[in-house]
Design a protein. Structure first.
Length: 217
């Protein structure tokens, strides 16, 4: 196995932990604020990564960039407005992910400006911060996909309300097929997922990086 690839996979672990933990935590906080204590009962009202990480989701995210957290357990019957309140939870998770991507990009610019030297340790820290920014920008796009288990799917269900049953049936029935189509390499070793998620995620990171450079460098 290529040493650079292995190093890259190791350095992306902190980025995944940050992304998974904060998204799960914030969604739990929003649910509790809206009147549902279910996340608290399941121990999700914490920044402990182990409470939010799905083992398979983490492994897939580490290997192919397609991953997920443990679903935040909620009881929608506790909400005053079933669809509207659930929508707030989904949008809160998405906004959290995007915000972390932006903050990490700002932190990277400040790190470059104020931390002198060219040591290996400095470069490794640089890569960890950069990966945190890129992973969160890409994960924001990934979670927009209208696939069961991702916020994009739940958002469509919340918007359509009672009219979403046919959409849900189709997506649940073809969930595995869609997953396979997305992750299979088809063009020069790249998958559809690389183009649908990786490219726009990198674009968002580039915008954040340009803003950070303008403000701080």
């Amino acid at each position: 196995m290529n040493n650079n690839y292995l190093l890259g996979r190791i350095l992306v672990i902190p980025a995944i932990l940050v992304a998974f933990t904060f998204k799960g935590y914030i969604q739990s906080k929003i649910a509790i604020k809206l009147g549902d204590d279910t996340p608290k009962e399941y121990g999700r009202n914490t920044l402990n990564p182990l409470k939010h990480i799905s083992v398979f989701g983490f492994i897939f995210m580490l290997i192919i960039g397609f991953g997920w957290i443990k679903p935040v357990e909620i009881n929608k019957s506790n909400f005053k407005n079933l669809y509207k309140d659930d929508l707030k939870i989904r949008l809160g998770g998405l906004l959290t992910t995007l915000t972390i991507g932006f903050i990490a990009t700002i932190a990277l610019a400040l790190y470059v400006k104020f931390i002198p030297g060219n040591s290996d340790i400095k470069y490794i820290i640089y890569l960890i911060i950069q990966q945190t920014a890129i992973v969160n920008c890409s994960w924001f796009i990934l979670n927009l996909l209208p696939i069961p288990g991702f916020d994009g799917f739940s958002i469509i269900v919340d918007i359509l309300g009672g009219k979403s049953k046919r959409f849900q049936t189709i997506m649940y029935k073809n969930n595995m097929l869609i997953f396979i189509i997305l992750v299979l390499p088809i063009i020069g070793g790249f998958s559809i997922l690389d183009f649908v998620v990786g490219v726009p995620g990198q674009y968002i990171y580039n915008i954040f990086a340009a803003m950070a450079t303008y403000l701080f460098l």
